[in-house]
Design a protein around this ligand. Structure first.
Ligand SMILES: Nc1ncnc2c1ncn2[C@@H]1O[C@H](COP(=O)(O)OP(=O)(O)OP(=O)(O)O)[C@@H](O)[C@H]1O
Length: 251
């Protein structure tokens, strides 16, 4: 589904990603961990196509297509979802209305008709029940006065509604409390399927107790220096990152 080959990317002439290789297949969950400043958020931004970052070498293939020429919107329409992609507050636009617009824009980009109102309502009902989202919440203005946990809930709701093929959840800065952690993990687990893939970027091994990854990758100074199974996250929790840095030096 996603294949990243020798990706070098940076901002304003500064190289941040220095040769990343990852392959994510449908049905898999990958976790990316690594110390502050190692390039985790940059990687998610580059995959989503944020314009301030420049790819200088290598490529990103999504379902066999090089995404280089696609705008962030086009990537979203093709099925790449990045958490916190729409953090803006929009007074007067409800969570539901924002979602209807997002869904219909995606359908339009795919050459489909707008989703009929009854189908949309059914989907909203189904997904909000699945994620235990209160009706009142759906009529609130988007992100306006949302608490951290509510923002998370809204994000996971967006993900549930849009049904992306690849969801990238960058949880490094989101200050997840226990409640938000539960919301994210339950939501992701309920939405996991053999047809989609999830990349979770996190500092917290705790999150990976709930969303059990198939692969864990350690990013250090713009490179993936170690990959393993879920047990690697436990090892990192216990030993920190220094041993990996040392392993790297001695190799
Ligand atoms: N827009 C930007 N302009 C300048 N430098 C940037 C920009 N974005 C990221 N960087 C730099 O790139 C490096 C990697 O940042 P990034 O946010 O990707 O790391 P991270 O692994 O996500 O860190 P953290 O764990 O602290 O969230 C840092 O040195 C950061 O200062």
């Amino acid at each position: 589904m996603l294949k990243i080959n020798n990706l070098h990317a940076g901002v304003e002439g500064k190289e941040i990603l220095k040769g990343i290789n990852i392959e994510v297949n449908a049905g898999e969950v990958h976790a990316i961990m690594g110390p502050n400043g190692s390039g985790k958020s940059t990687l998610s931004s580059v995959i989503a196509g944020k314009e301030e970052f420049e790819v200088t070498e290598g490529n990103i293939l999504f379902q066999g297509e090089d995404v280089e020429e696609f705008s962030p919107e086009e990537r979203a329409h093709k099925g790449i979802f990045l958490s916190f992609q729409y953090p803006v507050e929009i007074p007067g636009v409800s969570v539901t209305n924002f979602m209807k617009t997002a869904i219909n824009e995606t359908r339009k980009a795919q050459g489909l008709e707008e989703m009929p109102a009854n189908e949309m309502l059914k989907k909203i009902r189904e997904k909000s029940e699945l994620l235990e989202i209160d009706r009142k919440f759906l009529s609130r203005s988007l992100n306006e006065g949302f608490s951290g946990g509510e923002k998370k809930r809204n994000e996971i709701f967006q993900m549930a509604m849009l049904e992306p093929k690849l969801a990238i959840l960058d949880e490094t800065d989101s200050g997840l409390d226990i409640d938000a952690l539960r919301i994210v993990s339950n939501g992701v687990n309920r939405l996991r399927s053999k047809d989609n893939a999830v990349v979770v970027i996190t500092h917290y091994q705790r999150l990976l107790d709930y969303i059990v990854p198939d692969f864990v990758h350690v990013l250090l100074d713009g490179k993936i220096v170690k990959s393993g199974g879920a047990e690697l996250a436990h090892e990192l929790e216990e030993k920190g990152y220094d041993w990996i840095k040392q392993e790297k030096v001695s190799n």
